[in-house]
Design a protein around this ligand. Structure first.
Ligand SMILES: NC(=O)c1ccc[n+]([C@@H]2O[C@H](COP(=O)([O-])OP(=O)(O)OC[C@H]3O[C@@H](n4cnc5c(N)ncnc54)[C@H](OP(=O)(O)O)[C@@H]3O)[C@@H](O)[C@H]2O)c1
Length: 256
């Protein structure tokens, strides 16, 4: 008699990571009974902080590659816990999940909200931030990451303090000092950076992260304007959890 296919009772979850929330989620899911979690990292950072559970590193080769990975590794649910500005992978995740018929959740921390005293200039993109800068200041604290520096490379009259995890590569603005560091940052530390470098304008993405929020308080205190790059949208139809606990609840409800 032919045997019927045997289902692996352990459910396999794939977390698209690269964020603090993704590491927290992987740690929480690793404690769940009957669950196996794999985190995927893009491989951008030379020495990434590794999450709990299994880890794979590198791109999938577009949405088709991700759909293939989901099938070949019998993934039961996909959680896109990437950075709010990692727009490409989020759209690939939506396409791949639909193709492979795998349930998808986006984990997105809420964006920052302006407080009294903040002087924020919301812009839709890094290019729009670069366009806005000359009218706002001449000594720029640029915290949007080394991958986007090319958008500011033509601003030869402005001086930039660039903070990134790994050293930036050209093209980048010609007048630039680099601070290699990664959060969490402190209010005292951010105040000191603004003061020491006589910063008169700050550029940030609306990442919403607590670890990088002290720069906003320091800018508020110093009366420094902030150019805030707005987030790309979450793909249509994808449910969103705003913190790792809510994502764990989604997994529990899904897997019963
Ligand atoms: N953008 C930011 O400001 C920012 C800040 C902090 C951390 N991060 C993290 O850094 C990673 C890359 O960000 P990005 O803005 O360059 O992404 P992106 O523009 O959305 O993605 C570009 C390509 O990188 C690959 N990729 C991205 N995230 C991946 C992941 N978690 N696992 C496997 N492959 C991934 C995919 O390659 P294939 O098409 O080959 O699959 C994707 O098409 C993300 O995981 C994100 O969470 C980003």
């Amino acid at each position: 008699m032919p045997s019927s296919p045997v289902h692996d009772p352990v459910r396999h979850l794939l977390v698209l990571g690269g964020t603090t929330e993704a590491r927290r989620l992987a740690a929480a899911l690793a404690e769940e009974p009957g669950v196996r979690v794999t985190s995927s990292l893009a491989g951008r950072v030379a020495a990434p902080r590794l999450p709990a559970g299994e880890v794979r590193i590198g791109g999938f080769g577009g949405p088709e590659g991700l759909a293939r990975w989901l099938r070949e590794h019998a993934v039961d649910a996909l959680i896109d816990a990437t950075h709010p500005f990692a727009g490409t992978i989020s759209f690939h995740a939506a396409q791949a999940a639909a193709t492979a018929h795998v349930p998808l959740l986006a984990l997105r921390r809420p964006g920052w909200v302006a407080r009294p005293g903040d002087v924020w200039h919301p812009v839709p993109s890094l290019d729009a931030a670069a366009t806005a800068l000359p009218a706002l200041g001449s000594r720029v604290f640029l915290t949007t990451g080394r991958m986007g520096l090319a958008h500011f490379a033509h601003l030869t009259d402005l001086w930039f303090l660039v903070r990134s995890v790994d050293a930036p590569e050209p093209p980048h603005p010609p007048r630039m000092t680099t601070v290699l560091d990664r959060g969490p940052f402190t209010l005292d530390g951010e105040r000191e950076l603004l003061r020491r470098h006589r910063i008169d304008v700050l550029v940030t993405k609306d990442s919403g992260a607590a670890a990088t929020a002290p720069k906003l308080a320091a800018a508020r205190e110093a009366g420094v304007p902030v150019v805030v790059v707005q987030r790309p949208p979450v793909p249509e139809g994808v449910p969103v959890a705003d913190e790792p606990g809510a994502a764990v609840d989604w997994v529990r409800a899904l897997l019963g």
